[in-house]
Design a protein around this ligand. Structure first.
Ligand code: SAM
Length: 285
């Protein structure tokens, strides 16, 4: 199957009289060369379950179906796009399923498998591939980082600045909560950037694709990590003994238990240090 045989995305948008709603972060990729590159970055998805958030007119959806995703479940908040996506169900031989709703509230495993099979652990992990809406990209990522065993690798497009924050290393300005949370669960790699002109309408800033694959030693207590990183990076220029007072009056005791110098600053603490700090916080609370 070849998506070049379909009407172009631009023709489809015109035929359905559709325009971008900026409130929903709609910036479309109408060039199949780019969406195919994103699908390729996801690796071998042929015959494997994939979920895509925010298909919009379906440029990435077409590329994922071409690459053999089975099933591909898409979740779109904007009902205007559903009639435009529906012909892809027959085109893909029934591999596509369309759900209308807010991705922040959906149960991905239930959409793809139904809850019972996922809970029984009988099902392959679901690859998440998406050109994410800017306004909900970070909360969606955090939701998936915390998700159960249904969630497999993730290939996600963010604003470039957010992508840089996800892959950032200690000591850099971009290093913060998002890097610590994402890297607690996943190996994170910035794959390539996409300039604003690639989108319709063009956003103000560039975007980038990040590939996230599960670590062999994921840190299980993400809620504790969220608490300590919120306090530590909440006042990132302060020494930790002061910044962590937002969390507890016994900040120095906590730091000692985690074997961290009280005069250190949050951006100097690596993944292992934050794990120890979250463990110490859990032990005290
Ligand atoms: N995937 C398309 C592409 O690459 O051309 C569209 C990407 S556009 C950046 C983001 C899409 O996410 C839009 O179609 C928008 O309507 C949808 N969207 C925004 N918020 C959403 C939400 N909370 N849940 C599901 N879809 C959402």
């Amino acid at each position: 199957m070849n998506a070049d045989d379909l009407p172009t995305l631009r023709e489809e948008l015109e035929a359905h009289d559709l325009w971008a709603n900026k409130g929903l972060g709609q910036h479309f990729l109408l060039d199949l060369n780019i969406t195919r590159r994103i699908a390729k970055t996801a690796g071998d998805i042929a015959g494997k379950p994939v979920i895509e958030i925010g298909p919009g007119p379906g440029g990435l959806t077409r590329a994922l179906l071409e690459a053999g995703a089975d099933p591909l479940v898409v979740v779109e908040k904007d009902a205007r796009f559903i009639p435009l996506l529906e012909p892809l169900i027959a085109w893909s031989g029934g591999r596509l399923r369309i759900a209308q709703g807010d991705a922040l509230n959906v149960d991905e495993a239930a959409l793809v498998y139904g809850q019972a099979r996922e809970l029984a652990g009988e099902t392959p992990a679901i690859h998440v591939v998406s050109n994410l809406p800017y306004n909900v990209g970070t909360p969606l990522l955090v939701k998936w980082l915390k998700a159960g065993p249904w969630r497999g690798d993730m290939t996600l497009m963010f604003q470039k600045e957010v992508a840089q924050r996800i892959v950032a290393k200690p000591g850099s300005d971009a290093y913060g909560r998002l890097a610590v949370l994402a890297q607690a669960r996943c190996a994170c790699r910035l794959e390539f950037t996409v300039p604003p002109r690639a989108f319709t309408p063009p956003p103000k800033i560039a975007s980038a694709i990040v590939r996230l694959t599960d670590r062999d030693d994921p840190y299980p207590h993400l809620d504790a990590l969220e608490r300590v990183t919120a306090a530590a990076f909440g006042q990132r220029r302060k020494m930790l003994r002061a910044a962590l007072r937002a969390l507890t009056p016994e900040a120095e005791t906590l730091l000692a238990a985690a074997d961290i110098t009280p005069t250190a600053r949050a951006e100097e603490i690596d993944q292992a240090g934050f794990r120890r700090l979250a463990d110490a916080w859990r032990a005290r609370s």
